[in-house]
Design a protein around this ligand. Structure first.
Ligand SMILES: C[S@@+](CC[C@H](N)C(=O)[O-])C[C@H]1O[C@@H](n2cnc3c(N)ncnc32)[C@H](O)[C@@H]1O
Length: 238
């Protein structure tokens, strides 16, 4: 739940972050680890929806993949257009995609669908429409579990002073079964579900974090915890 207009929220976030690195050097972290599951043929026509500052898009673009990106934040689109040819970047809304039917062999969308203010079904219908039959997709969403509910509670508390401005958009928490069922209504059949935990609540506790505190570096090198915290969680969080 956020008390800020969705587009303003992302424009602000991307202005603060500035630029993503051109690629990931560590392929074992979110989101690249999961993108790798579907991005296995450079000649496949691919699209990264809700590309943000392009950490996934740029990684594959610079590796010679046939990939384009779509993003709604003008700040992010302008930044990406200044870094790679404009023809690779489409400014637009996932709920009304500027692509023909059955265009793409591969679709990736990290952190997009839980970030919509409404019309999640319409966005998924559009996604299914542009995916070729037999094509593959990799989508990440916030799961509806205890950790993410606490995470949402934390944000609501942190933004308590903005409450009077009214609810502007909701960070949806998505149930696994419900989401898979919705996907299958739009021709997308889920094969595997992984729990990435890359946005663990533990990152809110500064003394449990290790590595760079710089958001841009964290976005492509991974959010790292101290070994003590990893011992506590019992597993790597990517
Ligand atoms: C959590 S960020 C993820 C960015 C990128 N996929 C990544 O992993 O770095 C969500 C992105 O979705 C974009 N977005 C939100 N609503 C959108 C919409 N209706 N159409 C297209 N993009 C949208 C936001 O502007 C933001 O860049």
């Amino acid at each position: 739940m956020r008390y800020e207009d969705n587009q303003k929220h992302w424009d602000r976030r991307w202005t603060e972050a500035g630029q993503d690195a051109d690629g990931f050097s560590d392929l074992s972290i979110y989101p690249i680890k999961y993108a790798e599951l579907v991005m296995d043929n450079p000649s496949h026509r691919s699209v990264d929806l809700g590309a943000g500052l392009g950490r996934v898009l740029k990684h594959y673009y610079h590796s010679g993949y046939n990939i384009v990106g779509l993003e709604r934040s003008q700040i992010a689109v302008q930044q990406l257009q200044s870094e790679i040819p404009g023809s690779q970047i489409f400014a637009g809304d996932v709920r009304k995609l500027p692509f023909e039917d059955d265009q793409f062999d591969v679709i990736s969308a990290f952190g997009l669908y839980h970030n919509l203010e409404d019309d999640q079904d319409q966005a998924l219908a559009e996604t299914g429409r542009i995916l070729k039959r037999g094509g593959r997709f990799c989508i990440s969403v916030h799961p509806d579990n205890f950790e993410m509910r606490v995470n949402e509670w934390y944000w609501r508390w942190k933004q308590r002073r903005d409450r009077k401005s009214g609810l502007k958009f909701h960070k949806w928490l998505v149930g696994k079964r419900e989401f898979s069922q919705t996907l299958s209504r739009y021709r997308m059949h889920t094969q595997k579900v992984y729990f990435a935990r890359n946005v663990s609540l533990l990152y809110r506790i500064p003394w449990l974090c290790s590595g760079s505190a710089n958001e841009t570096e964290r976005r492509t090198r991974g959010y790292r915890l101290t070994s003590l915290a990893e011992l506590w969680t019992g597993r790597s969080l990517h």
